[in-house]
Write a new protein. Structure first.
Length: 219
């Protein structure tokens, strides 16, 4: 009984000493516990900090798009359509010598009001791609229904129109020979490419495509 009492007393002394002087006797364990549980080292990042930490998403761009190819009168119209985009140094022109182009059109109507009557008829027939010619004195107030590089392509367009009920359209030579203009735009993000595609719809027969590597911009 006395031996058991002494053992219990010794155990209490050891437990008391460890609790009171444990940091001095076993400094490594205390520091390890403090390192494992350190509330000052735990930080909650705010949403703004997370946004800064995340890598920025890169907006896809096209190196160069070109829209054309336009004869003299259509060039002026395309320039007016591009002006609101304020492209500045990103916009340039490429001039090319081309042979005859063909177009599908309704002959000059004599006045803008008469031409508008024709375009209203086209709308009722489900035709959306057209514009009234104004800049070219020879064809002022004609209704253009598309400009094409080959006569076959123009004839194909005419057949489509006749299938819809258009009767007064015809095929003719738009430009016998001369320079034509491509408008080139560099570093084009997706939103701008979509806008250029919308503009293309406003001039039937025009084309929007990526610039070829050898087609350098003219400043």
């Amino acid at each position: 009984m006395r031996t058991l009492f002494l053992l219990l007393l010794l155990a209490n002394v050891v437990f008391f000493a460890y609790g009171r002087y444990g940091d001095v006797l076993f400094p490594g364990e205390s520091q390890l516990l403090q390192q494992q549980i350190n509330p000052e080292a735990i930080k909650v990042l705010a949403s703004a900090q997370l946004a800064k930490a995340a890598p920025a998403k890169r907006v896809p761009t096209v190196a160069c798009l070109e829209w054309g190819a336009f004869p003299g009168g259509d060039t002026e119209r395309a320039e007016r359509m591009l002006a609101p985009l304020a492209l500045g140094a990103k916009l340039a022109q490429r001039r090319v010598d081309e042979t005859a182009t063909w177009w599908v059109y309704m002959p000059p109507q004599g006045s803008r009001q008469a031409a508008t009557v024709k375009t209203n008829e086209l709308k009722r027939l489900g035709v959306e791609d057209y514009f009234i010619v104004q800049e070219d004195p020879k064809f002022r107030f004609a209704v253009s229904l598309g400009i094409f590089r080959t006569q076959d392509a123009a004839n194909g367009r005419l057949e489509q129109l006749r299938a819809k009920g258009v009767r007064t359209a015809q095929v003719g030579v738009r430009d016998s020979q001369g320079q034509r203009i491509w408008f080139q735009v560099r570093d084009v993000p997706e939103a701008l490419a979509a806008k250029l595609n919308e503009l293309k719809q406003g001039i039937p027969g025009s084309e929007l495509k990526e610039c070829a590597a050898e087609e350098k911009m003219n400043q």
